[in-house]
Design a protein around this ligand. Structure first.
Ligand code: COA
Length: 326
């Protein structure tokens, strides 16, 4: 018997406030042209001062439950990927459980920055395959604008806020083939030697006299992202004995259109087969893939039975990919 973890529902939430590149021009010495040329970003959403990561996670989770006609009592696990929790503890997952009246079951956060959703999906898939849970809410939620240095034009133009959620459910009738719906493989990596390329200055217990701001060696991150994404998509293809032609949609982490285009080129995929939200969302870190998936499902682009390749890279560096039959 093969148990597959099937994505049965999805949801998303974006804060009301939109900050355009023209707005960014008023904050730092930048131009719409520079931002669009280097990143593909036109605008991003920004949470209100009193809007927390948990508020966004709860809103996205609510929408996913509604989409799948689930009640809180149907869920037996919650895994939230975030690097911007409301507090050190309790986790965002605990806050979601409380808000949505989800009965006792596993609930915790995963911290792998922009790769967080792929890590959370992989953990949830393992739990389902080993029978630890049957129906898990997997959420990516971030308030990235709360950890930006608004004087640093090289980083503050890149990020946005939001949350995306899916319900991952056990299918015990799977055949163990590529045609099964569900998560077919996940691939996770990290290289701690590259920790100084992308990090925050404060937070936690290490440097708590400093403000918690994102710092990045953009060019080096870019170089590694292109290489690691190319390597990992090859690994997914080889592992599953498939060719790029078999993939219906690339659902990449939305950091930079040039990184996305390089991965699509490597796969010889037309950009028509790539879900792109970076132009409107900016980089929402762990929220970017579930938000992109949600949009693609709602718009009718991604349909049941489509083969999806998801991939992401983030601080750590961490990176990962998942092949999913939707
Ligand atoms: N507006 C205008 N000029 C800017 C700017 C901005 N917002 N940010 C940086 N610049 C300037 C720099 O000061 C530099 O000027 P100089 O040549 O006079 O010193 C010049 O633009 C080039 O900077 P550089 O950092 O080399 O640009 P780049 O071509 O590498 O593009 C990034 C910068 C951040 C867009 C790019 O490196 C990138 O996308 N990296 C990966 C980021 C990423 O994906 N991170 C998240 C991973 S999850």
């Amino acid at each position: 018997m093969t148990i597959r973890s099937v994505i049965t529902a999805c949801g998303g939430y974006l804060p009301e406030k939109i900050v355009t590149n023209a707005d960014m021009e008023k904050i730092v010495d930048t131009t719409d042209e520079w931002i669009q040329q280097r990143t593909g970003i036109k605008e991003r959403h920004m949470a209100a001062a009193d809007e927390k990561t948990s508020d966004m996670a709860i809103a996205a989770a609510k929408e996913a439950l509604l989409h799948g006609s689930y009640k809180g009592e149907d869920i037996d696990g919650i895994i939230v990927a975030t690097c911007t929790p409301d507090n050190t503890f309790p986790s965002i997952a605990i806050r979601v459980q409380d808000a949505l009246d989800i009965p006792p079951g596993l609930a915790f956060d995963v911290q792998a920055v922009c790769s967080g959703f792929i890590y959370a999906l992989s953990v949830a898939n393992s739990f389902i395959q080993t029978g630890l849970a049957r129906r898990i809410l997997v959420i990516g939620a971030e308030k990235m604008t709360s950890i930006l240095n608004w004087d640093d034009r090289a980083t503050c133009v890149l990020f946005g806020d939001g949350a995306g959620a899916i319900v991952l459910e056990a299918d015990e009738a799977a055949q163990g083939s590529l045609e099964d719906r569900g998560v077919l493989s996940t691939h996770l990596y990290a290289n701690g030697h590259l920790k100084d390329l992308l990090y925050t200055t404060g937070g936690g217990t290490g440097n708590n006299d400093k403000p918690d701001h994102v710092m990045m060696e953009g060019r080096d991150v870019f170089r590694h992202a292109v290489q690691y994404m190319s390597d990992i998509v090859n690994e997914v293809l080889e592992h599953n004995h498939i060719s790029p032609d078999d993939i219906d949609w690339l659902v990449p982490h939305q950091a930079n259109i040039r990184i996305i285009e390089a991965t699509a080129k490597k796969l010889d995929m037309s950009m028509d087969q790539v879900i792109v939200t970076v132009d409107r969302h900016g980089n929402t870190s762990a929220a970017s893939i579930p938000l992109a998936l949600n949009e693609a499902v709602r718009s009718g682009q991604v349909k049941q039975g489509d083969l999806l390749l998801m991939e992401a890279l983030g601080a750590g560096l961490t990176w990962g990919a998942a092949l999913v039959r939707f």
